[in-house]
Structures are given as C-alpha cells and as structure tokens.
Design a protein around this ligand. Structure first.
Ligand SMILES: Cc1ncc(COP(=O)(O)O)c(C=O)c1O
Length: 428
C-alpha cells in the first residue's frame, strides 16, 4: 500500500472529498476536474496580492538560481539584509531587530523566548505570560499554551504551561473593555514577563473585534508597569485590518512583533519576530551564555527572503492600499445588506475582514461552537458553489486577497446570501 497524506485540521474518518488544486492565479483556484474556485479566505489568510503574482514568481525563480540556502548562524546574505532594511519603511518605528523563522507559530515561540530571555539576562525571575481570552497563536506547544484551551489541545493539556488571561474586550461593549483593562491592572502586582495579544481582531478565536483605543490602553498600562507587550500580527499584518499593521491604528510600537503569512505575499513560508532595542540589548554581550539560543535549519532562507522583498516592492509600487480600501467599501455595503437578515447576528468588519454569526440554524451541538455540525455543512455548501470559505463553526467570514475583482466579490456575497436563506430552513 502506498503512503497516504494526513491533512491538517482534517478528520479523514468523515470521508469528506478533498479536491485537488492544479493551478492558481489572482483570487482563482483551478481544480483537477476543471472547476474555478474563488479563494475568499486567501488560502488560510496568507495570500495578499493574489496567487502567482508575477513579481514574486520571478523573484523566487531568480533567487533560486543564485543562492538557494545558506546556514544563517554566523553567515548572512543580501536578500535577508535587504529585507531587514526594507522592513523599516513598514514597521512601527523602533522595531529594528529582525529575527527570522519559518511560520507564525515559530515567530510566536521566538517572541516568548525573547521575552523570557530579556528578563533572565537582566537577572529577574519573570516567566508568567498574560494572554487574552479566546486567543490563538499557533499549534506548537508554547503557542498552544498561550492560546485558548479546548478540543484542539485537550490531548496535550498536561504539557501546556499555565498562563493568566484577561477577558476579551468586545468592541461596542464598553463594560467588557473596562473589565479587560481592570483585569490587566489587577494582574500587575506580581508582574508577568509579557502580555501577548492579537491586535484589533482575534482570528481563529472567531474573528472577534476590539477597538484601537483598548489596544492603545493595554499597551500604555504595560508600559507604565514595565511589562513587555507582544503583538502577534501573524494574521493581522500586511494589510488585513486596513493598515499595513494593526498596531498602527492604535499608534503603538510593541516591544516585540510577530509576522508571517503575508510577509512573502503568502507564497512561501517565512516569519519574522521584530524586537526593540532593549530586547536585543539584553542578549548582546561578550558572555556567550546570554546568546539568543534559537534557530531552525531554514532560518532566513534566501528564496523566501527574495519573495518577501518582492512583496515589499509590490506594496511600494502597486496601488495596494487602494485595492484594500475598495474591498473595505464593498464589504461595508454588503454588511448593510447582511443587517437585514434576521437569522444572522453580530455583523462586524475589521478592514478587509467581514464576519457574522449564523443563528437559528440547525446544529448538532450548539450554536457558536467550532465543532457544530453547521461548519462542515456550510463548507460543503460553499464548495459546491465554487467558493472557498471555511467558517469557524457558526462564524462566517470573508478575508479575500487584495486583487479580488468586483465580480468575484459579488459572487462571494451572492453565495453567502444564498446560504443565509438556505440554512434558515429546518433540516430535512
Ligand atoms: C494570530 C496567529 N498567530 C499565529 C498563527 C500560527 O501561524 P502558522 O499557522 O503559520 O504557524 C496564526 C495562524 O493562523 C494566527 O492567526
């Protein structure tokens, strides 16, 4: 018997068909059996400018013929240098130290290690991490430890380290924001090493939105109390929330920022953990024991860095912000239409991300639950209509690549409207 592929977040026992994609261009995916599918979730939130953008493709081709891979411990190369320099045009001022890794999860692991290393190398014993309820930061053990607990990580619970959490400061619910800030303040008597947040919107936690003002206030409180502030911009970074980074909207510079997904335009894996001078300085020494001990084999792979440099060029030279603003305006109009339906709730938008909850639909084990039967039913419904949407339980969201056309957006909106009507009906 030949080996089988074991897909991520896929219960093979359910026997759902797994379509094969053979080609992609812009916001379109093409299946082996000849269908064209609209990629309404940017292939798991990574694609920004669209599939197979010619500039990124040729950057990868050129770089792979020149320098494919080189150890990054004690060696360097031009694409990494160019990327580190170029990022200063995009990052909040003060995040000058660029550490490479390979995925969002590793960028987060690196951030945690930097924060603990910062305190350790300065002679303090601070290990506690403060998190926000419902957060998601990745699937490695450290990243799971600081994320919401549940069905995704029950099996590994004994291995996960303890963290303290503050309530989610739901946008529009003033009391929730006050509760979150109060909980943050209450936790500072014995100060944690760091607070880590997904700025403005929690992704896998259900596209939950909170305000820039609350983000700014959390940052201010951490500053005053000497608690490191880590922004996980893995999902929010590179334009999703309407600005290049979500932190911009709160006018803050975190001590540490994580990015991945859209860094290469969403084409090949590369991640960065950007740190401020004090974090770097705490590891800078003639004492080798203070070295930042983290690496992976492909750290700062030159081909991935070349793709990221092409991404930066696209941001500089193409009307990316205009494309984003257009999606924002289209979403806003559709959100008004959505408000008219009585079987959905919590219509919300954060930049290019539009989300809402299905209510009153038939589910096996409760609404608003990721494991509800509605999620797979919706997934199937959309796939049958050639749209790639992957609801988080009862939460339906759109997160398109910025090159998406008006017609493609209209098709997505149409299919969603059809789903709202269809799932209003009782089962059977
Ligand atoms: C906010 C956030 N952090 C971290 C991650 C993990 O990134 P990766 O899947 O690249 O490991 C994700 C993935 O969706 C994410 O949304």
């Amino acid at each position: 018997m030949s080996a089988n592929i074991w897909h991520p977040f896929t219960q093979h026992g359910l026997g759902e068909p797994i379509p094969e994609i053979v080609r992609a261009e812009g916001a379109s995916l093409y299946t082996k059996d000849g269908r064209e599918i609209i990629d309404a979730i940017s292939s798991w939130w990574v694609q920004t400018h669209g599939h197979c953008h010619p500039r990124i493709v040729s950057a990868i081709q050129e770089q792979s013929a020149k320098l494919d891979q080189i150890i990054f411990a004690g060696w360097t190369h031009e694409p990494a240098r160019q990327l580190a320099e170029g990022l200063s045009d995009f990052l909040p001022a003060g995040l000058d130290h660029i550490f490479f890794s390979d995925s969002g999860s590793t960028a987060v692991e690196v951030a945690l290690k930097m924060a603990l290393g910062f305190w350790h190398n300065r002679g303090h014993s601070r290990h506690r991490i403060l998190v926000m309820d419902h957060s998601y930061h990745g699937d490695t053990i450290g990243a799971m430890s600081i994320g919401a607990r549940g069905v995704f990580n029950n099996a590994y619970a004994p291995l996960l380290f303890d963290v303290n959490s503050i309530p989610f400061p739901q946008q529009g619910a003033e009391q929730d924001a006050l509760d979150a800030l109060e909980a943050l303040c209450a936790d500072l008597d014995n100060p944690p090493a760091a607070l880590i947040v997904e700025p403005l919107i929690l992704g896998a936690g259900g596209m939950k939105i909170y305000s820039p003002e609350t983000l700014a206030e959390m940052h201010r409180i951490c500053r005053v109390h000497d608690v490191l502030f880590i922004a996980d911009e893995v999902m929010t970074g590179w334009g999703r929330t309407g600005t290049v980074f979500a932190c911009e909207q709160a006018g803050i510079t975190p001590d540490i920022m994580c990015m991945a997904k859209g860094l290469t335009g969403g084409v090949i894996p590369l991640a960065i953990t950007a740190a401020s001078a004090p974090i770097y300085d705490a590891h800078y020494s003639t004492d080798r024991a203070k070295t930042f001990f983290h690496s992976s084999s492909f750290t700062a792979n030159p081909i991935a860095c070349a793709a990221a440099n092409a991404n930066l060029q696209i941001w500089r030279e193409e009307p990316v912000q205009q494309r984003i603003d257009h999606i924002i305006a289209r979403h806003r109009d559709f959100a008004r239409e959505l408000e008219k339906h009585t079987n959905i709730s919590m219509v919300r938008q954060c930049g290019t991300i539009l989300a809402f909850e299905m209510i009153g639909a038939v589910t096996e084990d409760g609404e608003g639950n990721y494991m509800s039967a509605l999620g797979p039913a919706l997934l199937r419904f959309f796939a049958e209509r050639n749209v790639l949407l992957r609801p988080l339980g009862n939460s339906i969201y759109i997160m398109p690549p910025y090159c998406i056309t008006d017609d493609q957006l209209s098709t997505i909106y149409g299919v969603i409207t059809e789903a709202i009507e269809y799932f209003r009906q009782p089962a059977g």
